[in-house]
Design a protein around this ligand. Structure first.
Ligand code: ZN
Length: 141
């Protein structure tokens, strides 16, 4: 038998305040901001990553691009290659686009898009935005 509510220890009240961590990146998820995807509990970032299918096909390219930007204190689009600039400018000019639109307009292959998108996301140029179950790319700020 379970005793009256007040006799329980704080630690047992798990169901009320569950601290959640993202199954992918391990970051703590603020209350009410968790997403469930195929049985995984995810933070918004990881969820949008999946929805946008942002996988760094070339993790080294992403790593070196982000490190390079940090170490050289680059501002704006400095240090981006022409393709990255084109994607960023396109997203910025439209305000909200799907990745398919970007690939179509700039004639970018699926794989190229993934790599560039990963870099642009990690360098905080572009982020995912969920609206009516569709995921768009929008400028980071
Ligand atoms: Zn996460």
């Amino acid at each position: 038998m379970i005793g009256p509510e007040e006799n329980r220890k704080d630690g047992e009240k798990k169901a009320e305040r569950v601290k959640m961590n993202c199954d992918r990146c391990g970051h703590e998820i603020p209350e009410g901001e968790s997403y469930t995807y195929r049985g995984e509990t995810l933070c918004e970032d990881c969820y949008l990553d999946i929805r946008l299918e942002v996988k760094a096909c070339d993790p080294w390219a992403v790593y070196s691009a982000t490190r390079y930007r940090e170490s050289s204190k680059l501002k704006g689009t400095e240090g981006l290659n022409e393709l990255q600039k084109a994607i960023y400018e396109f997203v910025k000019s439209k305000g909200k686009v799907t990745r398919e639109e970007v690939m179509g307009n700039l004639s970018i292959s699926e794989q190229e898009m993934q790599t560039q998108l990963a870099i642009l996301r990690h360098c905080e140029f572009i982020k995912g935005h969920k609206e009516d179950d569709k995921v768009y790319l929008i400028p980071f700020s």
